[in-house]
Ligand binder design. Structure first.
Ligand SMILES: Nc1ncnc2c1ncn2[C@@H]1O[C@H](COP(=O)(O)OP(=O)(O)O)[C@@H](O)[C@H]1O
Ligand SMILES: [Mg+2]
Length: 225
């Protein structure tokens, strides 16, 4: 089991009585590919931030890859995330003045595993597998096309071979061609590495790529607007 949730509750306003998330039970099996969808403001990003340990809930059980995130302090969660969770954002969050190698390498730098899971050679191999030429990889990110940038973002999120990849609406600013390309390179790598995927999108045309689609409202009993 990669994600195991029991009676998880979360509210930004601790004093108020509005619980944003109240999830009695939700699981993601190892290797599963799950599409999570729902209206904007419903709490999807909040749930992703809990599962990756950016936010912490003190109520309920949240187990990710066998570790109880709800029982960890911030430092332990940061370490857990650096070693086990890859993240792809809507805006990719790459460093615009660094090149592709440097952007991917930074992700390894933050991973504090005694035995790093990627080397310089692996970075080069991964980027070339994603069809990024050596000369493109040497350019600052801001000089790459959006399609190239998204491939760098995929490389950065997967270089550590994380057990879990979380993607928060990574395709929402892409045109159809870039979106199809994004999905195909992402899924090729995910399948190759046997990574569990939790992917948020409101684009239900992506459904065939996943084992399961879940509406947040179907698992969450908390207040949603
Ligand atoms: N850091 C924050 N502090 C307070 N409220 C927040 C914060 N982040 C999100 N929210 C609120 O929580 C709700 C859910 O937001 P979010 O998880 O981003 O939803 P979604 O990703 O489904 O659009 C929204 O009402 C949003 O305004
Ligand atoms: Mg969101």
């Amino acid at each position: 089991m990669t994600v195991n949730i029991e009676n998880l509750r979360y509210a930004y306003d601790k004093k108020g009585n509005e619980t944003l998330l109240d999830i009695p039970r939700w699981n993601i099996a190892k290797g599963e590919k799950v599409l999570l969808h729902g209206p904007s403001g419903g709490g999807k990003s909040t749930l992703l931030n809990l599962i990756s340990g950016i936010l912490r809930s003190s109520e309920g059980k949240l187990e990710v890859m066998g570790e109880r995130l709800d029982k960890m302090n911030e430092r332990e969660r940061d370490r857990f995330r650096a070693n086990n969770v890859g993240y792809v954002f809507q805006s990719f969050n790459l460093f615009p003045f660094l090149n592709a190698y440097e952007n991917v390498d930074l992700s390894l730098y933050f991973s504090q595993d005694a035995k790093p899971k990627g080397s310089k050679q692996e970075i080069e191999n991964l980027l070339s597998e994603l069809n990024l030429s050596k000369s493109d990889c040497a350019k600052p990110i801001r000089k790459l096309s959006i399609g190239q940038q998204q491939r760098v973002a995929i490389a950065r999120s997967l270089i550590k071979k994380p057990g879990l990849l979380i993607a928060d609406e990574p395709t929402s600013s892409l045109d159809e061609e870039n979106r199809n390309q994004f999905m195909s390179v992402l899924l090729d790598l995910i399948n190759e590495q046997d990574t569990t995927l939790l992917f948020v999108s409101h684009d239900l045309s992506l459904r065939p790529h996943f084992n399961r689609a879940e509406a947040l409202a179907g698992i969450n009993q908390g207040k949603t607007n």
